[in-house]
Structure formats: structure tokens, C-alpha cells
Ligand binder design. Structure first.
Ligand SMILES: [Zn+2]
Length: 237
């Protein structure tokens, strides 16, 4: 095989591997945000439950104030009862007293309901906090795993890079710049196999005579369709 062709094939193998590693490294930020999502979701549930709890607490305070108020009114009404002279006044007093007591009971019932709601919400907050803790641990473990993978990929990239640097020294400058421009324009694949007369880069047939030449692996031959450099390699089936 033509030595230049051989060097290009090797360079392409390294470049393809480097592209794969880089793609993985580039995908890390989006992987991270996916990993963090359940944790952040759990955190916002805690916030929401806390808000609910605070608002119920506020409602309860309001009701307690109302209760104090009605207590005062009942006291005053009772104090005035000593001044009752007529039966009519007494009837009016009873009516007022009855209505105030009814109101007081209503408020008390409301407070009890709110207390129940507070208990339920408190339990919800606790369980949401537990989920946050669990998710936090989970997220940390997943993040560590991802960071470890990233380190491995970085190392592998460095190894590939230095191998490539050694390799490309042997490639003729014109051929190397052709290769590089193809790498740029052809999505990272500059040199590829012709298999059974078909370019495996664009899947188009190459002319039969050209395929005969490609099979010799002696010259730099470009695919008439995609312009990638073609070579031949026996495929063991
Ligand atoms: Zn092609």
C-alpha cells in the first residue's frame, strides 16, 4: 500500500476516535443538567410546600385574632346583660349571645381545620425534604461518575492527540491540507473505504475502472460524488 495512504488511514482512525471522545465531552453539560433535574425539582417542591405551610399558618393566626375579638364581644355583651330591664331587651340579648356563640364555634372549627391542614402540610414538607436529601446523594454519585468518565475521556484524547502529532509528520503537506479540508467539509470523515465498488462515505457507486485502481491502493483517488479519498481493504465476512 502507498505509504501516504496508510498514514491517512491511520490519521483518520485517530481523528474519528477523537471526534467521538470530544462529542462525549461536549455532551457533559446537558448530561449534568439532566442529572440535576430531579434534585432541583425536589427542592422546588420543598419551597412550594413551605409556602403552603406558611400561608395556612397565617390563616390560623388571623382566625385566632378573630377568636380573641369575638371573645371580647361576648364579654362586653355579658357585662351589658346586668343592665337588662325588659323582657324584650332580654330576648335581644339572648339572640345576640346566641349569634356570637355561633360565630365563635365557627371560628374554632376553622382553626381546628387549619391545624389539621398544617399537620398534613408539615408531613408533606418532611417527605419532600427527605426526597431532596435522597436526590442530593444520588446526584452527587452520578456527578462523580460523570466527572470520572470525563477524566478518562480527557486522558484518552491527550493520548490520541500525541499519537496523531507524530503520525502526521510523515504526510506530505499538500495531501495533509487536502485531508484537513475534507475533514472540515465532510463531517469529520476525509478518507474512507470503497466496498464492492461503493464509496462507504456517500454510498454511491464509483466507476468500475476507478474501483480497479482503488483496489491497488497505490494512488490518491477521490470519490467522484463526495470527493472523499478512497482506499480498499479486504473485508472479512
Ligand atoms: Zn463518496
Amino acid at each position: 500500500m502507498n505509504k501516504q495512504l496508510e498514514l491517512l488511514i491511520e490519521t483518520q482512525k485517530l481523528d474519528s476516535a477523537m471526534i467521538q471522545e470530544s462529542d462525549y465531552l461536549n455532551s457533559i453539560p446537558s448530561r449534568l443538567s439532566l442529572i440535576e433535574k430531579p434534585f432541583k425539582d425536589a427542592q422546588s417542591i420543598v419551597l412550594k410546600e413551605n409556602e403552603t405551610y406558611e400561608s395556612i399558618k397565617k390563616k390560623k393566626k388571623d382566625k385566632e385574632r378573630q377568636l380573641e375579638d369575638i371573645g371580647e364581644r361576648i364579654k362586653k355583651s355579658k357585662a351589658r346583660s346586668s343592665e337588662i330591664k325588659t323582657n324584650k331587651e332580654y330576648q335581644a340579648y339572648l339572640k345576640e349571645h346566641e349569634s356570637l356563640e355561633k360565630e365563635r364555634l365557627g371560628i374554632e372549627d376553622g382553626i381546628l381545620l387549619l391545624m389539621e391542614e398544617m399537620e398534613t402540610t408539615e408531613a408533606d414538607v418532611r417527605s419532600a425534604k427527605k426526597t431532596v436529601d435522597e436526590q442530593s446523594k444520588n446526584t452527587e454519585a452520578l456527578k462523580k461518575g460523570l466527572e470520572e468518565e470525563a477524566r478518562i475521556k480527557e486522558k484518552s484524547l491527550a493520548v490520541l492527540r500525541s499519537k496523531r502529532a507524530e503520525l502526521v509528520i510523515g504526510i506530505e503537506p499538500d495531501l495533509y491540507s487536502l485531508y484537513m479540508s475534507l475533514i472540515e467539509s465532510m463531517g469529520g470523515l476525509a478518507i474512507t473505504r470503497a466496498v464492492n465498488g461503493v464509496c462507504s462515505g456517500c454510498n454511491m457507486n464509483v466507476p468500475p475502472q476507478m474501483f480497479v485502481e482503488i483496489k491497488k491502493n497505490e494512488d490518491i483517488i477521490k470519490c467522484p460524488q463526495c470527493k472523499r479519498i478512497l482506499y480498499h481493504e479486504e473485508v472479512i465476512v
